[in-house]
Design a binder for this molecule. Sequence first.
Ligand SMILES: NC(=O)C1=CN([C@@H]2O[C@H](COP(=O)(O)OP(=O)(O)OC[C@H]3O[C@@H](n4cnc5c(N)ncnc54)[C@H](OP(=O)(O)O)[C@@H]3O)[C@@H](O)[C@H]2O)C=CC1
Ligand SMILES: N[C@@H](CC=O)C(=O)O
Ligand code: NA
Length: 437
Amino acid sequence: MNNETVKVGLMGFGTVGTGVVRIIQGHQEDLVKQTGLSIQVEKILVQNLNKKRSLQVPSDLLTTNAYEILYSPDIDVVIEVMGGIHPAKEYILTALEQGKHVVTANKDLMALHGEEILSKAKEKQCDVFYEASVAGGIPILRALIESFSSDRITKIMGIINGTTNYILSKMSQEGADYQEALQEAQALGYAEADPTSDVEGLDAARKMVILSTLGFHIPMKLDEVEVKGISQVTKEDIAYAKKLGYEMKLLGLAEQNGKGIEVSVEPTLVHKSHPLASVHGVFNAIYVHGEAVGETMFYGPGAGELPTATSVVSDLVTVVKNMKLLVNGQGISSSYKEKKLKADDHKYAKYFLRMIVSDQPGVFTQISQALAEQNISLATIVQQPHPKEKQAEIIIITHRAAKSSLNQALSQMENMAIVSEIKSCYRVEGGEAEWLA
Ligand SMILES: NC(=O)C1=CN([C@@H]2O[C@H](COP(=O)(O)OP(=O)(O)OC[C@H]3O[C@@H](n4cnc5c(N)ncnc54)[C@H](OP(=O)(O)O)[C@@H]3O)[C@@H](O)[C@H]2O)C=CC1
Ligand SMILES: N[C@@H](CC=O)C(=O)O
Ligand code: NA
């Protein structure tokens, strides 16, 4: 940094990188007013110098040589928006080793190697901020770190993947086809380079690692998150959910009580009276419950060029303000609480079950009995006709039950002669079950 300009090395010039350059250029006057310094993009790392780009920049700004950024004495801050683990991790660690501050949107990396990166930053008295990594444009990480620092958070529940919310909304509202909706999300720049991580829930799981680590002050690990994606969700499931007054959402859930902590990502039926049910398209929302504050909710765009870049550039502004105050690296807090994961018999939820059974007397009784034996009581049980002769479809919504009990009841029902197939089983949040109209 000279007295007037902070120089930035941008690693990645795709969806988010392009937005970062647009915002730094377009909002320069405000940035100068807020920080007292001008911000200049000095170099941009890309893979392919000849690629056609939606934003033109002088050709000497682009490079394929990361060292021109990492070892440049002029560059103060590195913004990593390339994605992936390698070489992004090595680049970030090198940047910190060189005393450069880092802003990243990389949840894959922060979920897996966040501890190592933050501890290197602390050692080097550098900042590392990653607001864009969770829920693109929503300022949720800063809210957890700063705004809730006086409270004890008990539950974080969120729609934190824009791609899957876009797909589920299109399927629910327009009856769109799964593949068609996924392709649209890809064309809009919402999906990851490999969209499997979006649709199989891994992207959301990585974000839940970040949210639960910051919210509960524990070192959460990715393999401790139970993950189920949306690729098995059918149009029938979505239609039944709607009939019963629910929306199908891919929900991330992190909950803690005296029995421990549970963190999961799974398709969930959210009752229409719950604020998360009205979050559609690429929008994300995170519901946070704190012992003192009670219920709060944060809503906004979860992906896309400018929303995500807004978070990146706001992190950059914080770095620059810290540089002026000489306090870089001082705000990094470590996980100081003991982590205890809940066993399945302490994980409670309501469930939606759909199964194909023989259409004969006594079926309801046998199914209800299998559930009652596991101490699971029913809120709703409905029989629907099934196109196959002598078969019927049963839809159940349970009251709150332990996960271990539900699993036992499911395996018992699977072995019953009257049950041909258990089609689906989803967690249910909010509302009371209603009868099918
Ligand atoms: N897209 C979104 O809405 C959001 C994305 N994120 C995260 O932001 C990051 C960036 O995402 P996004 O902008 O969508 O990704 P893109 O695929 O659009 O862009 C990636 C950019 O990085 C460059 N790049 C990739 N690998 C290398 C490498 N090894 N060496 C040099 N350059 C490389 C590419 O170069 P080239 O252009 O030459 O191919 C490209 O410019 C990811 O971590 C993503 O998870 C977070 C929130 C929202
Ligand atoms: N692929 C992600 C992008 C933002 O993190 C999503 O769809 O939410
Ligand atoms: Na965010």
